[in-house]
Design a protein around this ligand. Sequence first.
Ligand code: ZN
Length: 83
Amino acid sequence: MEELKRCPFCGSIPTLYHDGLHQVDSKRKYHTTWMILCERCHNASMSNSAYYSFDEDGVLSPYDEKDGRKEIISRWNSRYKED
Ligand SMILES: [Zn+2]
């Protein structure tokens, strides 16, 4: 797992989580919202919408090759540069 940079406000390690899989249509497509939140000071948070689907073997993978989890981590890490 890629490492999250520390919260720019209080310096603690933020938490990455998601709100679960929500089916959006009948074609095995699911929506989830990834979130990063500093649970210590609640000053820093970020969210990112993403879609996933199950292939014929039942393996869950990012829809359209767009990995929402990787995206939010790189967005967080580029937004909050450590000087
Ligand atoms: Zn914080």
